[in-house]
Each structure stands twice: as C-alpha cells, then as structure tokens.
Design a protein around this ligand. Structure first.
Ligand code: 1GP
Length: 248
C-alpha cells in the first residue's frame, strides 16, 4: 500500500488526522526522535519533515532515521527546496506553490528534482500548496501572492485547480508561526468545493484553533511551532485530541 493510500484509509477510518511538523535544521536528530516519541504518545498520525531554510540531505536523512526509530510513525518529506532529498523518507509531498509569483516554486524546482527523486525511488504525493496571509517565512521565500483572509472565492478557485490538475492533496498554509490560522470559513468553503483531502496548517497552537479547523472540514491538521515551544505531554495531547476530535 502506498503512503497516500494509507493516508486516505486513515482519514476514512479515523476522521481528521494530525501531523507533526519537524524541521531537521532546528535540533539534533536525537532530540527530533524524542519530539516524535512525544507526538506518538499525544496521538499524531504521521510526521512531516521539512523547513524553509537550512535543510540538507544529511540532516534530513539522519533526522528521518531518528524519528522512525523512536516513534515508528510514517515520515513524509515536506520539501523547502529541490536540493535536499533522502530515500529514508516514506514519501515526499511533490508540491507546487500555486500562488507563487516565481515560476521556480510553481514548476522549476520540481523539474530540477524530478530525475533525482525517480532515481532514489521515493513515492511522490502531488500536492497543491496555497499560501494564505500572513504567509510568514514560506510566503516570503516562495514569493507568494498570498490569498487574503477575505478572498474565499480565490482560495476555492485555487483548490479546484489543484483537483482538476489531478493533485492528490490541497494544503492551505497560513505560514509557520502565523498569529492567525487559516479562517474556518475558508476551510469550509474549500472543503465543500473539492473531494481531495485538505491539509490545514500555520498558527495552530491551541485546542480551540485545532477544533475550529477540524469542525470547518480539515482532513489533516499540521502543527510545528507548538512542538518546538512545548514539551508538556498534556498540552500536546490536548491540541492533537482537539485536532482529531477524540476525547483525551
Ligand atoms: C508550517 O503549517 C505548518 O508549514 C505549521 O505551522 O509552525 O505555525 O504550527 P506552525
């Protein structure tokens, strides 16, 4: 079974999933392993590995191994550039930042990386990546023309384009560390418009924000900053449980 088939099956059987985002540039591999262990205990379904800057094939491989050894969770590469790749990951989000103003992030980096990805035999999951304001670092690095928070129709149009392109997933991204997550009205409008799984991330750090994203229709909720700022098991569990709609 492919990782994407497994994700679809998990959504069908468990409902909304939680994925923990770990940046391999932010801590040594052993610490990343400990974070993954905590996230497994908190109820996370998978780990996304990646970051906007500082990711190398070396720290990616070492951190992936540490996460797998410590948690056994599936590890999915969430790439920030085309240079760092590792066959250690279970799959790679082959993503296009659809609202970038720079062709590099829409198709250029993908064309550069495609032959290497094929050679390494990594499963690719085609994903449309849509930056919503404030967009933060990823919006800046990716030269995004962010979707304004009131541009619901524009978000829906991008998501429809993802689906029509045959992409497997659409990701609404407010940016890591955002002070406001993607608005629930935008999540629900996109969810109603497309049938592919919807990932939502950026600025989700509380059980309330996680519950709002789930209730609006997110199929997968991603949190990153929370894991870096908090090692308290009960807090992590509260956010993950709210994301998944399960009682603690
Ligand atoms: C970033 O959406 C993710 O790609 C996670 O954002 O760090 O704000 O949780 P946070």
């Amino acid at each position: 079974m492919t990782v994407m088939d497994n994700i679809r099956e998990m959504i069908a059987s468990r409902g909304t999933l939680h994925m923990a985002l770990i940046d391999p540039d932010k801590q040594p591999p052993e610490e990343a392993g400990r974070i993954a262990e905590r996230m497994l205990a908190a109820g996370s379904d998978a780990v996304l590995i990646g970051g906007s800057t500082g990711v190398t094939s070396e720290n990616l491989a070492a951190t992936t191994r540490a996460i797998k050894d410590a948690s056994g969770l599936p590890v999915i590469h969430f790439p920030g550039n085309a240079e760092a790749l590792s066959p250690e990951v279970d799959a790679l989000l082959f993503m296009s930042m659809l609202n970038s103003t720079d062709l590099k992030w829409v198709i250029g980096a993908q064309v550069f990386a495609a032959p290497y990805i094929r050679k390494l035999g990594i499963e690719t999951i085609p994903m449309g990546y849509i930056i919503v304001e404030p967009g933060m670092k990823v919006g800046e690095v990716g030269k995004a023309d962010p979707i304004r928070r009131d541009q619901i129709d524009r978000a829906v149009a991008y998501a429809l384009a993802c689906e029509m392109y045959g992409m497997s997933i659409v990701y609404l991204e407010a940016g890591s560390g955002a002070d406001r997550p993607v608005p629930p009205e935008m999540i629900s409008a996109v969810k109603k418009a497309v049938s592919i799984p919807l990932i939502v991330g950026g600025g989700i750090r509380t059980p309330e924000a996680a519950a709002a994203a789930r209730e609006a229709g997110a199929d997968i909720i991603v949190t990153g900053t929370l894991l870096e700022q908090c090692s308290e098991g009960s807090v992590l569990k509260a956010v993950v449980s709210a994301a998944k709609g399960v009682s603690q």
